[in-house]
Design a protein around this ligand. Structure first.
Ligand code: GDP
Length: 328
């Protein structure tokens, strides 16, 4: 009999790649989607017809308990979160309720129903915040620097408590930035990809950016969801740091993206001081040795290949009219 997986946040980037992976492995995939977000299912594109939808508000404990009772999942992947970090300053309480509240409600539903459901919590490198050591691993202390990161730390510890106190098979993947053509354009990788494609097609002539020296550990979303799945197939529930272990600057990102279409980034990129963030930390880089050792996981897609895929996809989308060009 095929396994059932429940996913919160199924209509996001990771939801797409994870659903694709689970369907390939023969799972029945059910997305827990709030009623007002049902229309987002279209974002799953070719997969929309292959996954099931269970309509439920993630803030409704009783409804989530009912969902777990009815669907009896083998695995739950809790991915729902407002992923754009700066936005959490304008709604810290809403962020806490969605991030920590959903994890707590789902974990307690699994405990109450008494199933052997395996639980994945989407943790984030943002939880490390202001770090004293680089790269970071599973023993690095958390020093969250924004409401999003603080909520993720709380959710992480709630998951650990359920594992320790109630013996649940629950794990957390502490994921570094992971990108794909499905990233929304407010993230820098997609912003650059769309701008480069627009410039190449003569639809724009420049790109305004923030701090070019900012650095991130950028991986490919398809690789990172593979790690999530492997965590839940392991013998024991453990937490893992998932990233490439390589830092690249925004300047390197821009250079790689423009090079894909044979253009020189320096001729098109301007720095707009308004886009420079003041509360940043540039030393978040993963030491994924534990995942490599225990899960036999390592990234398959290089930084350059990832950026190329994103630029090519935006060229294709612009040519077909599927997206509008980047504003100059
Ligand atoms: P984050 O790691 O979740 O904040 O992901 P982002 O893609 O939004 O930002 C990655 C890094 O790129 C941050 O250090 C930003 O300060 C930096 N950055 C530089 N210019 C830009 C820009 O124009 N837009 C965005 N979103 N980030 C930029």
């Amino acid at each position: 009999m095929s396994k059932t997986a429940l996913i919160t946040g199924i209509t996001g980037q990771d939801g797409y790649y994870l659903s694709r992976l689970l369907l390939k492995h023969g799972y029945r995939v059910v997305g827990l989607i709030p009623p007002q977000r049902q229309s987002n299912l279209a974002k799953l594109g070719d997969l929309a017809g292959q996954v099931e939808v269970y309509s439920v508000a993630l803030t409704d404990s009783a409804a989530l308990l009912e969902a777990v009772e009815q669907l009896r999942p083998d695995e739950i992947y809790n991915l729902a979160a407002p992923s754009f970090v700066p936005a959490s300053w304008s709604d810290p309480l809403g962020t806490l309720d969605l991030v920590t509240g959903t994890a707590t409600r789902l974990l307690s539903a699994v405990r109450q129903v008494g199933l052997a459901t395996r639980f994945y919590q989407a943790s984030s490198s943002e939880m490390f915040g202001q770090v004293d050591q680089s790269p970071q691993d599973e023993n690095t202390p958390f020093r969250p620097m924004n409401p999003y990161a603080a909520a993720k730390v709380h959710a992480h510890w709630t998951m650990v408590h359920h594992r320790q106190r109630y013996g649940l098979f629950a794990c957390s993947g502490i994921l570094y930035n992971h990108e794909s053509p499905l990233r929304p354009p407010n993230f820098v990788t997609r912003k650059v990809a769309l701008a480069v494609a627009s410039i190449k097609l003569g639809l724009s002539d420049r790109l305004e950016m923030g701090n070019l020296q900012a650095k991130r550990d950028w991986g490919y979303a398809g690789d990172h969801v593979e790690a999530m799945w492997r965590m839940l197939q392991a013998k024991t529930p453990e937490d893992y740091v998932i990233g490439t272990g390589q830092l690249h600057s925004v300047e390197q990102l821009a250079a790689a993206a423009f090079a894909c279409v044979d253009l020189n980034w320096a001729e098109y990129v301007n720095v707009d001081p308004k886009l420079i963030r003041t509360d940043e930390h540039f030393h978040l880089v993963a030491n994924p040795a534990k995942a490599k050792q225990n899960l036999n996981w390592q990234p398959q897609v290089s930084f350059e290949a990832l950026i190329q895929e994103m630029v090519l996809k935006d060229l294709e989308r612009l040519k077909s009219g599927a997206v509008t060009p980047a504003a100059p």
